[in-house]
Design a protein around this ligand. Structure first.
Ligand SMILES: *Cc1c(COP(=O)(O)O)cnc(C)c1O
Length: 387
């Protein structure tokens, strides 16, 4: 079978209906902006889990490494394997927890670096490694300082780290924790987590153990406070060009990398009183010109945006009307003269002077930009632009 790139017919079809454009120049720009906040001693991990928040893991990883990131972060082993199969040899930290012998053998085979969250998990790793030829494995120890997710309680850090230190074949590469409220302008809880982290590190040092690397910050932590940077920062959202919170906009200039576009497939005039889409949740109060657009909730346009979102056509914002359906949605294009089939509509991203960002959708839906970005489905081809 031909791949997308090999077949000109299919390559054309990638922009036939609806697609996601990923601007690699924006990724590079964002990485460089973030790097400027960091000291020379602080490394930048590009977090490319969940297919790089929907942007395409391997293209984003390559662009981020080229622009100054030195580590990659993924959630799962298959996500790490995808990077290795693409020929990427940068260090890859698996942020999620893994326990089974099969998982551990895959981590070793693909030269991924695991997160160890508990003493029990460390013992399983040591057991499985003992049965392999592998001389050693770099591991990262996770402490829970207040997120109440993965990790050993910070007060038990010293025992945990000492145990791993004594186990054969396990090399401690880093000790890390994760902030629960990094986006909050009120830093009380984040600062408390930092104090706990530092108290745990002091205890670890008191045992004569000095982990080569400490890290704590996600995007919010990285943008909000340089004392959160330590030896490395783990940045996802900001690399994709979105601010974790509005109050952090002054800190640096980010450009959204993702644009979602789709084609107009039909244009029609409807008389006053005409209902539009399932349930007739929109009824025209006067004659309207409407456009049918080939994208829907099966592509990742949330149905809850029905009658609430806008799109950009020929550089002009127009309202979406009626229920978003599985594969299509309708726009009121009365303000756009002579709109034709095949013209391109921008759902997210920039067209002329207008732009709509993931955080605009997130605000309407009372959710966060992270969830919007991860919501675009595989039916939408990812097209890299701006190299
Ligand atoms: C997802 C994740 C990050 C990145 O978070 P952003 O807010 O997108 O920067 C960092 N660290 C861990 C442990 C994560 O799971």
């Amino acid at each position: 079978m031909l791949s997308w790139e090999q077949s000109p017919g299919i390559a054309l079809m990638r922009r036939e209906r609806a697609w996601v454009e990923v601007n690699l120049s924006a990724i590079a720009h964002n990485v460089q902006q973030i790097r400027r906040l960091l000291s020379d001693q602080t490394e930048l991990m590009a977090v490319v889990k969940a297919d790089a928040y929907g942007h395409g893991a391997t293209t984003v990883a390559q662009a981020a490494l080229h622009a100054g990131a030195t580590w990659l972060g993924v959630a799962t082993i298959p996500e790490g394997i995808e990077l290795r199969e693409a020929g990427i040899d940068a260090p890859v930290l698996v942020l999620g927890a893994n326990h089974t012998p099969e998982q551990i053998r895959a981590i070793v085979h693909w030269q991924l670096q695991p997160t160890l969250c508990t003493p029990r998990q460390a013992l399983i790793f040591a057991d499985v490694l003992a049965q392999t030829q592998q001389p050693s494995l770099s591991v990262h120890l996770k402490l829970d300082t207040g997120m109440s997710r993965l990790g050993t309680d910070w007060q038990a850090a010293a025992e945990f780290v000492q145990l791993v230190q004594r186990l054969p074949k396990l090399q401690i590469d880093s000790v890390y924790s994760h902030l629960a409220t990094a986006e909050d302008p009120n830093r009380t809880i984040a600062k408390q987590q930092q104090q706990r982290f530092e108290a745990a590190i002091a205890q670890i040092n008191a045992c004569g153990i000095y982990p080569p690397r400490l890290h704590l910050a996600n995007s919010g932590g990285t943008l909000s406070d340089a004392t959160f940077h330590y030896d490395m920062v783990r940045v996802g959202l900001a690399i994709y060009g979105l601010y974790p919170a509005d109050h952090l906009k002054a800190v640096l200039d980010l450009q959204p990398a993702l644009q979602v576009r789709a084609r107009v497939t039909q244009v029609k005039t409807i008389p006053p009183g005409t209902g539009v889409s399932y349930g007739h949740r929109y009824v025209a109060d006067q004659e309207r010109q409407i456009a049918v657009v080939a994208i829907g909730y099966a592509d990742g346009v949330p149905r809850n945006l029905s009658n609430k979102m806008e799109a950009i056509v020929r550089g002009q914002r127009v309202p979406q009307i009626g229920a978003v359906t599985m594969d299509q949605l309708m726009l009121d294009v009365s303000a756009i003269p002579d709109l034709r089939e095949g013209e391109v509509v921008t759902l997210l991203g920039q067209d002329g002077n207008e732009s709509i960002a993931a955080n605009d959708w997130a605000a309407i839906l009372d959710t966060i930009s992270w969830e919007i970005l991860c919501g675009f489905k595989h039916r939408l081809p990812r097209i890299a632009i701006g190299k």
